[in-house]
Design a protein around this ligand. Structure first.
Ligand SMILES: O=C(CO)[C@@H](O)[C@@H](O)COP(=O)(O)O
Length: 224
């Protein structure tokens, strides 16, 4: 198990704090261990400013602890279920970011009315079913909702956002962008009615952003 992956997952937890996506110990980030039926995730209930790479625990894809001195995150089984059923997913994130969680509290999908939503989500951000914590029920809801959907984010009803990505960094980015558009759409809705973008525009914007935007063609590393 590479210590690099433990450090990467630990550092990504700091991004949840940086972008205001979590309070106290809420939220979690995991990464699939390449080539292994394993995942790396934070320990349950440990303060973010205490987290170190050594705190990160390794679990199998049934959510069972394989390596580590701490009990794994409460959401480990949910993350594990996603990895078992969505082979392209390399990272899963859960937050309680306030604006996205307010949409989840109402059980209302965020309508795709912004070019930024078309770029990152390829359409609305959908709502998944309410599910109790501590089993794979949340994972089932994530997979049911996101399978066949372009969005990397799902608002689990009356709970909060979960995001997926080909890497843990991509899943964190989706969580950051989910909260950003949730906030903007909240203000837009407060001040007036909103209209979805035309489907053809959403397709064009999503394709450009996913395949052209940034340094795709320069061979240079970009933020992505
Ligand atoms: O919302 C939940 C569980 O889904 C919180 O308990 C979660 O955000 C944080 O739990 P952990 O500290 O990762 O066990």
């Amino acid at each position: 198990m590479s210590d690099d992956l433990r450090k990467e997952v630990c550092d990504l937890h700091a991004q949840l704090i940086r972008w205001g996506l979590v309070t106290w110990t809420a939220g979690n980030v995991s990464a699939r261990v390449p080539g292994e039926d394993l995942l790396v995730i934070k320990p349950s209930g440990v303060m973010y400013d205490e987290l170190t790479p050594d705190h990160m625990v390794i679990c199998d894809l049934d959510g069972k602890l394989v390596e580590g001195d701490h009990a794994p995150s409460s959401d480990t089984e949910a993350h594990a279920y996603v990895y078992r059923h969505m082979p392209h997913v390399g990272g899963v994130v859960h937050t309680h970011s306030p604006y996205a969680t307010a949409w989840a509290a109402r059980g209302e999908p965020i309508p795709c009315s912004l070019t930024a939503m078309a770029d990152e989500f390829g359409g609305d951000i959908p709502v998944g079913p309410f599910a109790l914590i501590g089993s794979d029920a949340i994972g089932r809801g994530i997979v049911e909702t996101l399978t066949g959907h372009r969005s990397p984010a799902v608002l689990m009803r009356q709970h909060g956002p979960f995001t997926i990505g080909t890497t843990a960094k991509a899943a964190v980015k989706a969580a950051v962008m989910c909260e950003d558009v949730a906030r903007t759409m909240h203000f837009a809705r407060q001040l007036g009615s909103v209209e979805r973008l035309p489907a053809a525009a959403v397709d064009s914007l999503h394709d450009r952003y996913q395949n052209v935007y940034g340094q795709h063609n320069s061979g240079k590393k970009g933020a992505r």
